[in-house]
Design a protein around this ligand. Structure first.
Ligand SMILES: [Cu+2]
Ligand SMILES: [Zn+2]
Length: 185
């Protein structure tokens, strides 16, 4: 009886918070997918990588790696369309910008940043960038979800100003939400 009560409480918690990490740890399962993966590639396959995105209560955590980059800083953004097939990274369109803001960086004021503006990743001398950051603006849920859109990495640095020119798109991948089972682990 007590166990049933606890279970009911967990389910209620799930129903309330769905995607958020606290509920998942408590209940051991989840009903609403809140993780996504991105296989980063390029038509030439020079740049490849993998990113895992996790929805947290106040934003999204991004963890992964990219290789094949030139050493140094590289602009990385969420672009509007998930289409990386029609014309490589070009068919992902512009930076995801549902609020019609100007371009900025991850810490710019809300009206001075495209939702998709994630700033830069840094590649070492071997051309490998380890990605591990948190962004409080992008989301994997709700009307402004980035699920099905694309992440694009550029040849050069994004200076985080409206006049930025981070150069060609050297790698990209579609953001794909993971479907999870309801099974207990
Ligand atoms: Cu971009
Ligand atoms: Zn932008």
């Amino acid at each position: 009886m007590k166990i049933t009560g606890t279970l009911a409480a967990c389910l209620l918690l799930l129903a309330t918070f769905g995607c958020f990490s606290g509920a998942n740890w408590v209940s051991g399962h989840q009903s609403d997918p809140c993780e996504a993966v991105v296989m980063m590639s390029s038509p030439s396959k020079d740049v490849v990588g993998f990113l895992a995105l996790t929805q947290m209560k106040y934003g999204v955590k991004l963890v992964g790696w990219l290789m094949g980059l030139k050493p140094g800083r590289h602009g990385m953004h969420v672009h509007t369309f998930g289409d990386v097939k029609t014309d490589g990274c070009t068919s992902t369109g512009l930076h995801y910008n549902p609020h019609n803001a100007t371009h900025g960086g991850p810490y710019s004021a809300p009206n001075m940043r495209h939702v998709g503006d994630l700033g830069n990743v840094v590649a070492n001398e071997q051309g490998i960038a380890v990605v591990n950051f948190f962004d409080s603006v992008i989301s994997l849920t709700g009307p402004l979800s980035i699920d099905g859109r694309a992440i694009v990495v550029h040849a050069q640095e994004d200076d985080l100003t409206p006049n930025t020119n981070p150069g060609p798109r050297v790698g990209c991948g579609t953001i794909v939400k993971i479907t999870k089972t309801k099974k207990y682990h």
